[in-house]
Design a protein around this ligand. Structure first.
Ligand code: BGC
Ligand code: BGC
Length: 857
C-alpha cells in the first residue's frame, strides 16, 4: 500500500474510533471526572517520521529455519498458549503442564506461595516446577520451555534482601550511562539467581507532567538522557549483541510502555496522549531508538491512548511503526489486562489486540482460560488470521532461541541459580551506594552549611530518617511499596544508619527522633521527609503542592529554626514538588528522590571526612525542571516561556556560592485557575483523604485490600482497571459505615459556590434492608446526612450507575464547606451489598445532578 493510501485509511480508523469512544464516554459506566476521548483529526499519520533502526541483533538464517521448523510442528492450541501470559497467583503448575503457556509473570507484590518472605530457593523451585511442567509432553501442551517475567525495575525488587537501586528519576540525575549499565548487569544477576529469565524494564517514559504517579519510573522529562540510558540498560541486562548476548548472566529486557505513556493529558495514568506524531517520535520514542537499536527483545504495549485510541489496539503504532518501519523483530507483550480496555474487548476476549500486533496477552486474574479458548475460536472463525498467529509465535520462538532457552539447563541448574550470596552482595550494594551519592541534587546551601562535620552534634528527624520502605518508594517488595518495615530489608540501611556510622568515630553525637524532640540541643538538624510510597495511578496528583492541606513537615522545620537550630532538609520524593515553604524554612535542601535500600550513602555526601576534607561532592543535576508553583505541573526544558524555580540541569556543588532567598512565594498560585473536578477516590483514595470503616463503636483505618470490621466487610475490586473500585458488604448486625476522611479540614467553598455535585459510580449487588445515608462531615460535630435509600432502591442490581448529588443539598442539611473533614460517608444499619468507584466533586454540574434534594428526604 502506498503511504498516501495508508495515511488515509489510518486517519479514518483513528477518527472513527475516537468518535465511538466519545459516545461511550457519555454512558454511566465512565468515570465522571476523566476527560473524554478527544477527536482525532489533528493526527495525520506519516510513516516517514519513523526511521528504520540499525538493530544490533541481526536475523540469522539458521535460527530462522529452526523457528520455522518448531512452528511447523505446533498445533493451534499450542501456538495460542505461547501467546497467553498468566500470573503466578492464578495458575498452578498443573495448568502449566496442561496448557504449556509461553510465559508467565509475577506482578508487583506477587511471590511464590503468596509468601512475601519467600526465599531464593522458593523462587527457584517455582521456576523449576513451571519449566518442567512446560516441557512435559505427557499432555497436549508443547515442549517449549516457558519463560518467567518479573518487574525488576530498581533491582530485583520483589525479593527480600535484593539490592534496591535508586528509582529511575534518581538515576536520571546521575547522568552516568556507564553506571546504568553496571546497575542493569547486577539486576540481571540477582534475577538469574532466582531462576527468572526476563524483566519488564527499562521504563523509557519521557515524563512531561509531574502529576503522573509514575514520574519516578522515568529518567527524565527530556529524551536525551532516556535515549542514552535505554541503550546502556539493555546492554547491561541482555549483554551486547557481539558479546555475551543473553548469556548465562543475562536476562531478556523489555522497553516499556510503548508509546507516549509519559505524555498523557494532565499526567493521567493510562490516559490520553495528544501530541503530534512528530513529537511522539522526537520526545516519546527516543528510548525505543536507543533500546531497540541495542537489541532489546521485547516491547510492552502501553495502557495509554494516542488521540483517543488505546495503544493495545493501535495497529499503526504496534505493527506499521514498530515492527514494519523500525524493524523490531522481537515480541510485543501487553500490559496487565491492557487488551481488556480496547473498545469492544474484555479481559476474556480481544482479537482486536492480536490483529493490531500484540504478540503476548498479559492476562492476570482468571481471565486467562476464556481468553485462551476465545482466541482459538477466533482463529478458527477467521477473525484472527492464521498468519498473524504464526508471526506472533515466530517472534516468541525467535527470542527464546536467541536467549538459548531451549539449550540452557533447567532453571535450578543454571550458572547463577541458587548463588544466594549474590542477592544483595556487597559489590552490588557498593554500586547502589555510588548511584545514591550521584543522584543527590543540592538545591540550597546557604552560608555553606553543608558539608557537615562528623564532630558536630546532629539531630536526625522526620519520618523518613530511619525508614527504608519510605526511601525506596513504590515497586518495593509490594506493588505500592507500602506495608514494609526496616526488617524487610536485610543488609539495607536507612539514611540514619549511615549518619550514625559517620559519627561513630568522631567527637560528634547523634540523636534520632521522628518528631524533632531532643535531649541535648543539636548544632544542626537533618530532617528527612517526603512522599509516602505509591505506584502507578495511585500516585496521580491534582497539583504539585507538597503536603497539601497538612503541612506537618513544614511545622517541624519551622519549629527547629525557631529554636535557633540550622536545618538540612533531605527530601524523599518521586517527582519534583512545589516546596517553596519548605525551602524557605531550610538552610540547606537536598533532593534525594527514592534512593532505595542503600540509604547509608547519603551521609557520604552530607559529611566531610574526619579531617575535614570533602569526601564526595554533589554531582547530581536535575533531569526534571523544578516547579515554581503548585500548578506548574508541566514545565519542561526547551518550553517557550520556561520559568521553573530550578531549571533542568540545576544542581549546586560545594564550590557554589548561590544563595537562595528565604522568601520564595508561599501562596499557592492556583488562584484564578478554573476549578477542575476534585477527585476524592480515583482508583484509590486521593490525598489528603483516607478510608475508615466504622461498626457500632469500633473504627478502623483500611490498611489492606480485604478487611472486615464488625458489620462491614471491605475489599478491592476491578471495574475498568485493576483495583479501581471498592466493594462493601453490610451484614446488618450494627450501624456501620465507610468514610473517606481527612485529618485536616478542607476548604471546599469554591466548589459549593461553583454549582458542583458529588458524583460517584455505584453498583448495588443486594438492595438495602434499612435506610442508607450519604453524608458529609465538617469540623467539630457538624455533619449533613442525606437519606439515599429511595435512590438506591430505584437502581437496577449489578449495574454500574453514576449518581450525583448537588452540593446545595448538603449545604441545606447543614454542611459547612469551609471545613470539610469528610466529603463522603456511606452508612446503614441494614444489610446491603454495594460497590463504588470514582468519587469526585465536579463543578458546574450541581443543577443537573441526578438526585434532587427532595428525593433524598
Ligand atoms: C504495569 C507494568 C508492569 C505490569 C506487571 C502493569 O500494571 O503498567 O509496568 O510491568 O503491571 O506487573
Ligand atoms: C497487582 C500487582 C500488579 C499490578 C499491575 C495490581 O493489581 O496486585 O501485582 O503488579 O496490579 O498493575
Amino acid at each position: 500500500m502506498t503511504i498516501n493510501n495508508y495515511s488515509k485509511s489510518m486517519t479514518k480508523l483513528l477518527i472513527s474510533s475516537a468518535i465511538a469512544l466519545a459516545i461511550v464516554g457519555c454512558n454511566d459506566e465512565q468515570t465522571p471526572t476523566k476527560p473524554q476521548a478527544q477527536v482525532a483529526e489533528q493526527v495525520s499519520e506519516n510513516i516517514t517520521i519513523w526511521p528504520k533502526l540499525d538493530i544490533a541483533v541481526k536475523k540469522d538464517d539458521v535460527l530462522e529455519a529452526e523457528v520455522a521448523k518448531i512452528l511447523a510442528g505446533m498445533t493451534l492450541e499450542q501456538k495460542v498458549a505461547q501467546m497467553i501470559q498468566p500470573e503466578i497467583r492464578d495458575i498452578s503448575v498443573a495448568d502449566m503442564r496442561k496448557y504449556g503457556f509461553g510465559s508467565y509473570l509475577n506482578g508487583g507484590g506477587a511471590f511464590p506461595d503468596n509468601n512475601k518472605h519467600a526465599t531464593p530457593a522458593d523462587w527457584i523451585k517455582l521456576a523449576e516446577d513451571m519449566y518442567q511442567a512446560s516441557i512435559d509432553d505427557s499432555l497436549d501442551g508443547s515442549t517449549i520451555p516457558a519463560i518467567w517475567g518479573t518487574d525488576a525495575v530498581h533491582g530485583h525488587n520483589n525479593v527480600i534482601g535484593a539490592t534496591l537501586f535508586p528509582h529511575n528519576i534518581g538515576l536520571g540525575a546521575t547522568n552516568n550511562p556507564d553506571l546504568i549499565e553496571q546497575i542493569a548487569a547486577i539486576t540481571a544477576k540477582e534475577v538469574m539467581v532466582t531462576g527468572i529469565d526476563w524483566v519488564f524494564a527499562p521504563t523509557v517514559a519521557v515524563v512531561r507532567d509531574d502529576r503522573w504517579g509514575r514520574t519516578y519510573e522515568g529518567y527524565s522529562e527530556d529524551p536525551e538522557i532516556v535515549k542514552s540510558y535505554s541503550a546502556a540498560i539493555v546492554k547491561g541486562l541482555q549483554g551486547s549483541a557481539d558479546k555475551d548476548f543473553l548469556g548465562d548472566e543475562r536476562v531478556i529486557s523489555t522497553v516499556k510502555h510503548f508509546l507516549g505513556d509519559g505524555g498523557t493529558e494532565g499526567g493521567d495514568d493510562q490516559g490520553n496522549n495528544l501530541t503530534t506524531e512528530q513529537q511522539l517520535f522526537d520526545i516519546h520514542a527516543q528510548g525505543y531508538v536507543g533500546g531497540l537499536s541495542a537489541g532489546s527483545q521485547s516491547v510492552m504495549a502501553s495502557f495509554n491512548s494516542w488521540h483517543g485510541v488505546k495503544n493495545h489496539g493501535n495497529k499503526y503504532l504496534l505493527t506499521d511503526v514498530l515492527k514494519d518501519q523500525m524493524g523490531f523483530d522481537g515480541f510485543v507483550v501487553g500490559d496487565w489486562n491492557g487488551h481488556g480496555q480496547i473498545k469492544g474487548c474484555s479481559n476474556e476476549s480481544c482479537p482486536q489486540s492480536i490483529n493490531a500486533g500484540l504478540d503476548i496477552f498479559m492476562v492476570p486474574t482468571d481471565a486467562w482460560k476464556p481468553l485462551y479458548e476465545n482466541t482459538i475460536a477466533q482463529v478458527k472463525s477467521g477473525e484472527i488470521a492464521q498468519t498473524r498467529i504464526d508471526d506472533a509465535v515466530s517472534r516468541i520462538l525467535r527470542v527464546k532461541l536467541r536467549a538459548g532457552i531451549f539449550d540452557k539447563p533447567s532453571p535450578e541448574k543454571r550458572t547463577l541459580s541458587g548463588k544466594t550470596e549474590l542477592i544483595g552482595a556487597k559489590a552490588h550494594r557498593d554500586v547502589a551506594q555510588q548511584a545514591v551519592r550521584e543522584s543527590l541534587v543540592l538545591l540550597k546551601n546557604n552560608e555553606n552549611l553543608l558539608p557537615l562535620s562528623p564532630h558536630q552534634n546532629i539531630l536526625i528527624t522526620g519520618d523518613g530518617a530511619d525508614n527504608i520502605g519510605k526511601q525506596s518508594g513504590g515497586w518495593t517488595i509490594t506493588w505500592q511499596g507500602t506495608g514494609n518495615n526496616n526488617d524487610d530489608f536485610p543488609g539495607g540501611s536507612s539514611i540514619y544508619d549511615g549518619i550514625k556510622e559517620k559519627l561513630a568515630n568522631g567527637e560528634g553525637a547523634i540523636e534520632l527522633s521522628v518528631d524533632g524532640s531532643y535531649s541535648q540541643k543539636p548544632d544542626v538538624a537533618i530532617v528527612v521527609f517526603g512522599e509516602e510510597p505509591y505506584a502507578e495511578g495511585n500516585g496521580d496528583l491534582d497539583n504539585l503542592e507538597y503536603q497539601r492541606g497538612d503541612k506537618k513537615d513544614l511545622a517541624l522545620l519551622k519549629s527547629l529554626q525557631a529554636q535557633g537550630i540550622k536545618v538540612v532538609s533531605v527530601f524523599i520524593s518521586g517527582r519534583p514538588m512545589w516546596v517553596n515553604a519548605e525551602l524557605n524554612a531550610s538552610d540547606a535542601f537536598v533532593a534525594a528522590w527514592l534512593p532505595g535500600s542503600e540509604g547509608r550513602a547519603v551521609s557520604d555526601v552530607l559529611f566531610t571526612k574526619d579531617n575535614g576534607d570533602i569526601d564526595y561532592d554533589f554531582t547530581g543535576k536535575l533531569s526534571f525542571s523544578w516547579p515554581a508553583s503548585s500548578v506548574q505541573t508541566s514545565v519542561n526544558r526547551h518550553d517557550n516561556n520556561y520559568q521553573p524555580l530550578f531549571p533542568y540541569g540545576y544542581g549546586l556543588t560545594y564550590a557554589s556560592t548561590d544563595l537562595l532567598a528565604n522568601d520564595l512565594a508561599e501562596v499557592s498560585s492556583d488562584k484564578g485557575v478554573a476549578l477542575t473536578a476534585k477527585k476524592i477516590f480515583d482508583r484509590s483514595v486521593q490525598k489528603p483523604w483516607h478510608v475508615n470503616l466504622t461498626s457500632g463503636e469500633l473504627t478502623s483505618p483500611v490498611i489492606s485490600n480485604v478487611q472486615t470490621l464488625g458489620a462491614v466487610s471491605f475489599k478491592t475490586l476491578d471495574k475498568v482497571v485493576q483495583e479501581d473500585a471498592r466493594s462493601l458488604i453490610f451484614d446488618g448486625s450494627a450501624l456501620a459505615s465507610i468514610t473517606l476522611g481527612s485529618n485536616f479540614p478542607e476548604d471546599l467553598r469554591a466548589y459549593a459556590e461553583g454549582d458542583s455535585a458529588l458524583m460517584v459510580n455505584v453498583r448495588v449487588e443486594k438492595q438495602a434492608t434499612d435506610k442508607v445515608y450519604l453524608a458529609m462531615k465538617c469540623e467539630g460535630s457538624c455533619r449533613a446526612a442525606l437519606d439515599i435509600s429511595k435512590v438506591l432502591a430505584s437502581l437496577p442490581e449489578n449495574q454500574w450507575q453514576a449518581i450525583s448529588v448537588d452540593l446545595a443539598c448538603f449545604k441545606e442539611a447543614g454542611a459547612d464547606f469551609s471545613k470539610i473533614m469528610s466529603p463522603f460517608k456511606l452508612s446503614t444499619g441494614g444489610k446491603l451489598s454495594l460497590s463504588f468507584a470514582d468519587v469526585a466533586i465536579v463543578p458546574d454540574s450541581g443543577k443537573q445532578a441526578s438526585i434532587s434534594c427532595s428525593t433524598t428526604l
